[in-house]
Design a binder for this molecule. Structure first.
Ligand SMILES: *Cc1c(COP(=O)(O)O)cnc(C)c1O
Length: 435
């Protein structure tokens, strides 16, 4: 199957090219040219299916023309070797716990799938080395580094701002070694991002080494996220929810996660409607209300993985609905909450139900509480484990959060990073020396 650019000004490409390129040359985002429907019988079976099986069948519909069945099955099952349970918080409200993977956040799903897909495309190319550059303010770097750890023919360079990521986050990409190199940049996250961008534009460097990005605009990172929407619906129906009355609420930043859900709906998944939950960065909420999209600088909040002022996947949402504001607003509603409201929801929910939210999940849970109608079952995506935001969450609730073993294991490892100034020549030299 071909992939086309949302900007419509560059040629269609193969899956492999879309994955390796990331962004289209016209700066659009790649979309599958067709969105196939799952057969009706699939939805009858779904409530009884295990996640790896669901992933394999959905992946076959999405990528079956490009990858042989056996390899695809292995890639899908290997990606989802951890559970994604739907946990009841109270009557009619469920949490889809996306934090049981290696770095305790939903980004593990996309990062693991992309890594395995690149590994597959590299299989015949003896000696080809793909270099993944990723700038991170914390979470993306850990998911990508862990997803790509040990994958043949791929090297990962994680650029992060010195002293500006939490010790827990830093340990998740500086202690791995092998094909993962952590570059500790004496600057800000924006400096890291600028260095990566400049490298992609550097023709001479690109002639010497194959560079690619692993951010959420990559089709291999965003499409696999739809696997767990199918699983969420299946689990809710198995628990007795009305199959036609299921509403899903997604805490949203760059809108990759929710876009995967919207595509799952196009593939036939009967989700009634979606809620895109925002923190104070409410550009999308404003768009729903006014029809106008006004990107601006992000503001810092306690749900910081959603601090995005110009969501990159907005182009995909527009594309999916033929740029119709009415069509978008008919399927997606929005909301925006202050840090005070997020904190109040987090502590009230713990007190009233015993369920420990993280700040991102709290945004989504509050939206369900406010927007669900009688007869509807609400599912919110719990995108990260609360221990990843230990200080913030403990500061709100006053209750200690135990650090899961997986996270503690990272912190016990030895930190190894390459210190660099925020200077392009130094970065370039470092990349060249790795050849
Ligand atoms: C990345 C992230 C989000 C936002 O997801 P998008 O796909 O960018 O909308 C929400 N919560 C957590 C914990 C994240 O890491």
């Amino acid at each position: 199957m071909k992939y086309r650019s949302t900007a419509g000004k560059s040629p269609d490409v193969s899956l492999e090219e879309a994955v390796v390129k990331g962004l289209a040359p016209d700066r659009g985002l790649y979309m599958p040219e067709r969105i196939g429907r799952m057969p009706d019988g699939f939805f009858d079976r779904l409530p009884g299916m295990a996640l790896p099986e669901i992933a394999a069948e959905v992946a076959a519909t999405l990528f079956g023309e490009d990858i042989d069945a056996e390899s695809l099955d292995t890639i899908a099952k290997d990606t989802l070797n951890f559970p994604i349970p739907l946990v009841k918080v109270k009557e009619g409200r469920y949490s889809l716990e996306l934090f049981h993977g290696p770095t305790l956040a939903f980004k593990d799903v996309g990062a693991r799938f992309m890594a395995r897909l690149l590994g597959y495309f590299n299989r015949g190319n003896n000696g080809r080395m793909v270099n993944v550059l990723v700038a991170t303010s914390g979470d993306t770097g850990s998911a990508v580094a862990n997803g790509f750890l040990g994958v043949d023919g791929v090297r990962v360079f994680v650029l992060y701002p010195k002293g500006k990521v939490s010790p827990i986050q830093e340990s998740q990409f500086t202690t791995l070694g092998r094909n993962i190199t952590a570059l500790e940049i004496d600057g800000t996250f924006d400096d890291c991002q600028a260095l990566v961008k400049q490298a992609f534009l550097d023709k001479e460097l690109n002639g010497m080494m194959m560079l690619t990005s692993a951010n959420s605009i990559n089709v291999a990172r965003f499409l696999p996220q739809m696997f767990y929407y199918f699983h969420a619906w299946g689990q809710a129906v198995a628990a007795g929810a009305d199959p036609e009355n299921i509403v899903v609420c997604v805490p949203s930043g760059n809108f990759g996660n929710i876009t995967a859900g919207l595509i799952a709906k196009r593939m036939g998944l009967p989700i009634k409607r979606f809620i895109a939950a925002n923190n104070a960065n409410d550009i999308f909420y404003e768009y729903l209300k006014t029809g106008e999209y006004n990107p601006r600088h992000s503001v810092q909040t306690i749900a910081n993985a959603m601090d995005v002022g110009d969501p990159s996947n907005f182009a995909r949402v527009l594309d999916l609905y033929g740029h119709s504001h009415d069509a978008i607003a008919a399927e997606i509603s929005g909301c925006t909450y202050t840090d005070g409201e997020i904190a109040a929801t987090l502590s009230a929910t713990l007190r009233e139900t015993g369920y420990q939210l993280d700040p991102h999940g709290a945004v989504a849970y509050r939206a369900l509480e406010e927007q669900l109608r009688p007869g509807e079952t609400g599912i919110f995506l719990e995108t990260a484990h609360p221990a990843k935001f230990k200080e913030t969450v403990e500061g709100i609730t006053g209750e200690e959060i135990a650090i899961p073993e997986r996270l503690a294991a990272f912190m016990a490892g030895e930190k190894r990073s390459v210190p660099l100034p925020a200077d392009y020549e130094a970065f370039r030299q470092c990349l060249k020396e790795s050849l």
